[in-house]
Design a protein around this ligand. Structure first.
Ligand SMILES: N[C@H](CCC[C@H](N)C(=O)O)C(=O)O
Length: 258
């Protein structure tokens, strides 16, 4: 079945997933990928992910944003592709795979995937905000009244206005009553607010620890689409053993008929 695709979601960040171990997917066709991700003219997703063979690891993850262009690392997509690899029996419960930013270890238990992220060596302090690279670039900013905050307007303004054409993902965060943090994210490449962004959730957890807003190194982060947990070790402002953990689920299967 040549054009079979699957749809996965991780805390509401949704992806079209294709088994491209035969190398037949036309991955240079950006307009096609954008069309598949379009919610009116296609399947509809925040991104499209290919699972490919890799000589040294269990598989390769190739991630495209909804605009059809290859993106930087996607944390929720990384969790979803681990669930997909498990479904395809490419892996059992543990894996090491390669993504655009390097090697990732992960484990899967039922539908819960714990994904190891790359070390974060530097957090930059900006006016009332932080910036760091957790595999993707992230701006982290505390706000009051997150629920009613205009994430799309402010995110779009800052994504271009502050970070230029290359841009950044923009996260807004507020402490919640449960000792964790609420997050809302404007995603570059999707050019909209998504229900969750894994590399953004990771950036918020490290950022809140960095600012002294929590002393915990296992932090619950609530995105619009569900809850994630980030754990890490910190030494002299450098972060290692970073794990992003939460549900990743297959939601349907179909046939692309381009
Ligand atoms: N949704 C993704 C982030 C994708 C990053 C992408 N928007 C880019 O900047 O290329 C995540 O779960 O981490």
């Amino acid at each position: 079945m040549e054009n079979t695709f699957y749809k996965y979601q991780g805390t509401g960040n949704d992806f079209v997933m294709v088994d491209n171990r035969n190398g037949q997917f036309p991955k240079d066709d950006y307009p096609l990928i954008a069309k598949i991700c379009n919610r009116r003219f296609g399947v509809g997703a925040d991104g499209l992910i290919l699972l490919e063979n890799d000589a040294e690891t269990d598989f390769r993850m190739v991630y495209f944003n909804a605009d059809g262009k290859e993106g930087s690392m996607c944390g929720n997509g990384g969790r979803c592709i681990v669930a997909f690899a498990h479904f395809l029996k490419v892996i059992e419960k543990e894996t090491v795979f390669i993504a655009v930013d390097g090697l990732h270890e992960a484990t899967i238990t039922d539908d819960v995937v714990s994904l190891k992220m790359l070390d974060v060596k530097e957090i930059k302090e900006k006016t009332n905000a932080l910036f760091m690279d957790t595999g993707s670039p992230h701006h982290v900013q505390l706000v009051n009244g997150l629920k009613s905050f205009n994430v799309v307007k402010e995110g779009a303004r800052m994504r271009y206005g502050v970070y230029g054409e290359k841009g950044s993902n923009i996260n807004f965060v507020e402490k919640n009553d449960e000792g964790g943090f609420d997050i809302r994210t404007y995603e570059r490449g999707v050019e909209d607010e998504t229900l969750s962004c894994g590399t953004g959730v990771t950036a918020v957890a490290l950022g809140m620890y960095h600012l002294g807003n929590t002393k915990e190194n296992t932090i619950g982060i609530k995105a619009l689409g569900g809850n994630l947990e980030v754990s890490f070790k910190e030494q002299n402002g450098s972060y290692s053993d970073i794990y992003l953990k939460g549900e990743a689920k297959q939601v349907f299967k179909g046939e692309l008929t381009w």
